[in-house]
Design a protein around this ligand. Structure first.
Ligand SMILES: Nc1ncnc2c1ncn2[C@@H]1O[C@H](COP(=O)(O)OP(=O)(O)OP(=O)(O)O)[C@@H](O)[C@H]1O
Ligand SMILES: [Mg+2]
Length: 362
């Protein structure tokens, strides 16, 4: 990638698949407007030899997950990156690898959510869950009972990234079908939510909420067989799964509206406890209570439809660098929405028009 004469440099690593979907032209133009060069990093080579970088922006989730599973090639890459970053503590990392690691493991981040005592009196919860390490049904029934997990449940692989199978889910309706679980996995009580998923995308303190199709309502049953699905088939913007079609007796006219104060409370907790600049989370609204259930948290999600994603990204990066004393407060004519708005900011109602589109890196 060409190097220009700007003062600052952002080194980027994302997978080839995501790279093909990324609007590099828009990214480079926006970086230029913020006085940054962009360098695409090659993780198979020494990082010190490639460029002097001020910011390291990455989506290394799959490689970290593979390294943690013992993949030797992935381990070499992650060691190289970690060594480079520890030699260069001045580099701002979006996002720190230890924070990313928290979100690789569903048991780990559901535990963080469930431990948040402030949620319950605000009508926010994470559905009861338990981890299965072995496929011993009697033992797993015990674990479920102890942890208050009820049928129907969703069984999800414990590892949330690293392979296609990380997104392969099973809905199970009764004890006799618990053998459909493939440990290591997490089972989580299914929340009826009228087949609407609310995805929240975060760039620091800015957020954007989108609706997606989801799974219809169910009750426990001795007669229903397990239902297998992959998230991509059901919950992408253009998915048209029959699993999303509500049964006639379900009242689809009842609109469950997102409560933005609840969303903001969730964001504050995630910022405090996990601290990623680039993250997203999924919320379903319990159709019996209106309570908001957080069912998933993601690292560097697809930001399709996030208005002016690149400006918000660069602006947020500069805010971090300012806070760290790397750049001064008035450089580059940065819009600095954070200081101006002093809190969380819904970009869906962005009054500032930059004329640049969002992106899709998923
Ligand atoms: N507890 C639950 N109750 C009801 N539906 C659920 C629950 N958990 C998951 N789902 C449904 O299954 C889908 C996939 O679950 P989840 O978001 O945990 O998986 P994922 O593959 O990690 O998703 P992503 O693609 O966002 O990373 C959800 O979008 C939702 O439709
Ligand atoms: Mg999800």
């Amino acid at each position: 990638m060409e190097s220009n004469s700007f003062n600052e440099t952002i080194g980027i690593w994302i997978s080839d698949k995501k790279s093909q979907k990324l609007n590099w032209k828009e990214l480079i133009n926006t970086c230029a407007a913020f006085n940054y060069n962009v360098v695409k990093l090659d993780l198979d080579q020494s990082l010190d030899d490639q460029a002097r970088i001020d910011v390291f922006l990455h989506k290394l989730t799959d490689i970290i997950a593979a390294a943690d599973q013992g993949d030797p090639k992935a381990s070499i890459i992650i060691n190289r990156v970690e060594q480079f970053l520890s030699n260069h503590p001045e580099i701002v990392v979006i996002d720190p690898l230890e924070s990313v690691r928290i979100l690789l493991n569903r048991n780990c981040y559901y535990s963080i959510l469930q431990d948040e005592t402030s949620f319950s009196n605000q009508g926010i919860f994470t559905p009861n869950f338990a981890e299965f390490t072995y496929n011993v049904i009697e033992r797993n029934i015990e674990i479920m009972k102890q942890r208050g997990v009820t049928f129907p449940l969703v069984c999800k692989p414990t590892l949330a990234h690293g392979s296609k199978s990380a997104h392969e889910m099973v809905i199970i309706f009764n004890e006799k079908d618990l053998g459909a679980c493939k440990p290591p996995c997490v089972v989580q009580s299914f929340v009826n939510h009228n087949a609407v998923l609310h995805k929240v995308f975060l760039v620091g303190d800015r957020y954007h909420i989108c609706e997606r199709p989801s799974i219809k309502n169910f009750t426990s049953s001795e007669n229903l067989d397990p239902i297998y699905y992959s998230t991509g088939e059901v919950c992408k913007a253009d998915s048209q799964s029959t699993l999303s079609i509500l049964d006639p007796h379900d009242n689809a006219d009842i609109t469950l509206t997102v409560n933005e104060e609840k969303i903001k409370s969730i964001i504050r907790v995630l910022r405090k406890k996990i601290g990623l600049l680039l993250a997203g989370f999924d919320v379903v609204i319990d159709n019996a209570t209106g309570n908001h259930a957080v069912i998933d948290i993601n690292v560097f999600p697809s930001y399709d439809n996030f208005p002016n994603f690149f400006e918000h990204l660069l602006d947020s990066i500069n805010n971090i660098r300012k806070a760290n004393g790397h750049i001064n407060g008035d450089c580059n004519g940065i819009s600095d929405l954070t200081n101006r708005l002093n809190g969380l900011y819904n970009v869906g109602r962005d009054p500032v028009k930059y004329g640049v589109k969002g992106m899709n890196v998923d």
